[in-house]
Design a protein around this ligand. Structure first.
Ligand code: SAM
Length: 265
């Protein structure tokens, strides 16, 4: 607890990221990884395999950008350094160890950015239609543009709408229905994909697309999915990630995610 408090105080964080709990989520994600990493091994191996496959055929391997880099549990820093000369990590909050790494290794650069550009508008939202209008406005904007030999969007797609959804739930004092959440999630995901498309370089995107809750007997009790059109991407691989074994999120259910990876030249 003491270590986490120090980490919380020392990690450089933008006021928006701190306000909306990204730093707290980042520290919790590392703890979840420590608790679940044995179960996560097949997922982590799949992420590394698709990364190595995408890097293999590049004409040159000078630069890589990782969007949603978090702790780099999925594509560890040693793999990035082995395969590319310059590494750019992009996230709304970076863990302390990556700030230290970027200070001592000139090959690593950190970009701290809200890739949705939505966070700064959240306080002005009063209703679900305001959130739809915001998503609509942002869909017409260029929110990011990176240039690299390989640009990876690493398990970020489903996360982009989470904060905007919880902000509007607080204002409306009710939980959005699954359909309402899925519609917002699809809007943010589609905008991300369009911006990724506009980046210069080969693109690799992997993301959870479907969530499945199972009771202690392994019987499915809920399945949720958000739509995104990957039409000009090539599908690479699909796998199931046992993200929360029974007892991790609840004693009443376990959570699996169906993950998909796509590539585009
Ligand atoms: C599930 S984690 C990604 C896992 C990561 N690829 C790894 O290897 O450990 C999702 C990340 O997306 C980041 N994120 C969520 N919303 C974001 C936004 N609007 N802009 C930038 N990053 C965001 C979170 O801070 C978090 O680090």
């Amino acid at each position: 607890m003491f270590v986490e408090s120090i980490e919380y105080l020392l990690t450089p964080t933008s006021p928006l990221a701190r306000k909306y709990g990204f730093l707290y989520s980042s520290i919790s994600l590392r703890h979840r990884y420590e608790r679940c990493k044995k179960k996560w091994i097949p997922h982590l191996k799949n992420c590394q395999d698709v990364f190595l496959e995408a890097a293999k055929d590049l004409p040159q391997r000078n630069s890589v950008v990782v969007l949603g880099s978090a702790h780099l549990h999925e594509i560890p820093i040693h793999l990035l350094l082995q395969n590319f000369e310059k590494i750019t990590l992009v996230d709304v909050v970076h863990p302390l160890k990556h700030h230290w790494l970027a200070k001592k290794n000139p090959r690593v650069t950190l970009v701290t950015q809200d890739l949705t550009s939505a966070l700064k508008h959240l306080e002005k939202l009063h209703s679900l239609s305001d959130l739809h209008a915001l998503a609509n406005d942002l869909a017409g904007e260029q929110l990011f543009k990176f240039k690299a030999d390989l640009i990876v969007s690493g398990n970020l797609l489903s996360q982009l709408a989470l904060l905007p959804i919880s902000a509007i739930e607080k204002v409306m004092k009710r939980e959005l229905t699954t359909e309402e959440k899925d519609a917002i999630c699809s809007d943010f995901a589609q905008t991300h994909l369009r911006n990724l498309n506009g980046c210069e370089g080969k693109k690799l995107i992997y993301a959870d697309r479907e969530v499945i809750y199972k009771d202690p007997e392994g019987k499915e009790i809920y399945r949720g999915h958000y739509d995104v059109n990957f039409n000009n991407y090539k599908e690479m691989r699909k796998w199931t990630w046992e993200i929360a074994p029974l007892g991790e999120a609840s004693k009443k259910y376990s959570i699996d995610m169906n993950v998909e990876a796509y590539i585009k030249d």
